[in-house]
Design a protein around this ligand. Structure first.
Ligand code: ATP
Ligand code: MG
Length: 251
């Protein structure tokens, strides 16, 4: 399978203290339909890496290519339509929920598909949400799902998902996982998904990228990562106590 996303020798220092290294020597590649769980302890730079991949932040060194095109040659807006970041803290634009959902249509002239919007709202547990409500008045979990649906409407080739179920109860988190599973099967969209829930990582990915020791320390098929991590650091990471959502999943 040809590689869709190629990352070579990325290096990034802390935003406010450039003398402190965040990560270096990050090499990785993802094929078009790969689903990757990006794991690692807090502060390793997972969000920063996703933001760099969507050209919302700049690496100090290194190369990113998507479908053969270097990010240095790309128009950032065109790039972000193909490789789209869904933030840990969802950002709503001014106006109603519906205004937020229609923004893809307004900015990029992509037809507004009401049937698809309704389907995605229902699948993510938002079927009774009043779309005329001010987006700023939504709960954190509602904002996360609206921002995810807004990204899906762009039909990107790759989704960069940053803890997108972190504000959701387990039931709605599972709905979102199922929605993305169906989307992946139907659209073939690649996904790099940051999560701190190991059970979720195991469910939603084919590969794991594990960040540690200031680099991308392991890149393995998911099963192999969980059963036979290659490094002591990953072994320790996998021994972390399960978070609440995971416990519920195991029952
Ligand atoms: N805009 C910023 N300005 C200054 N420092 C930042 C900024 N964004 C991130 N950092 C710092 O860079 C480091 C990595 O942050 P990042 O958010 O990428 O980590 P993370 O692996 O996503 O962590 P978490 O799992 O807690 O979300 C942290 O020390 C953070 O404080
Ligand atoms: Mg983060």
């Amino acid at each position: 399978m040809p590689q869709m996303l190629e990352i070579e020798q990325l290096k990034k220092s802390h935003a406010n203290t450039p003398e402190i290294l965040l990560f270096r020597d990050v090499d990785a590649a993802a094929a078009q339909h790969d689903r990757i769980a990006l794991l690692g302890s807090s502060g390793q730079g997972k969000s920063t890496l996703l933001r760099i991949l969507s050209l919302l932040d700049i690496a100090d060194e290194g190369v990113i290519r998507f479908a053969g095109l270097s990010s240095k040659q790309a128009d950032p807006i065109q790039w972000r339509m193909k490789i789209c970041y869904v933030a840990q803290q969802a950002v709503m634009l001014p106006g109603s929920v519906e205004d937020n959902l229609k923004i893809t249509h307004e900015l990029h002239h992509i037809p507004y598909n009401v049937t698809l919007v309704k389907k995605l709202l229902t699948q993510s547990g938002l079927e009774s949400l009043d779309l005329s409500k001010k987006a700023s008045e939504l709960s954190g979990g509602e904002k996360q799902r609206i921002s995810l649906i807004r990204a899906l409407l762009l039909r990107p080739q790759m989704l960069l998902l940053d803890e997108i179920t972190a504000s959701l109860d387990q039931c709605n988190a599972m709905r979102v996982e199922d929605m993305l599973e169906e989307w992946h099967q139907q659209e073939g969209t690649g996904m790099i998904w940051v999560t701190h829930q190991l059970e979720q990582a195991a469910r939603i990915s084919d590969y794991v990228w594990f960040m540690g020791n200031r680099t991308l320390l392991e890149k393995s098929p998911t099963r192999q990562f969980f059963e036979q991590p290659a490094t002591e650091l990953a072994r320790q990471y996998l021994q972390q106590p399960l978070v609440k959502g995971d416990e519920l999943c195991l029952s």
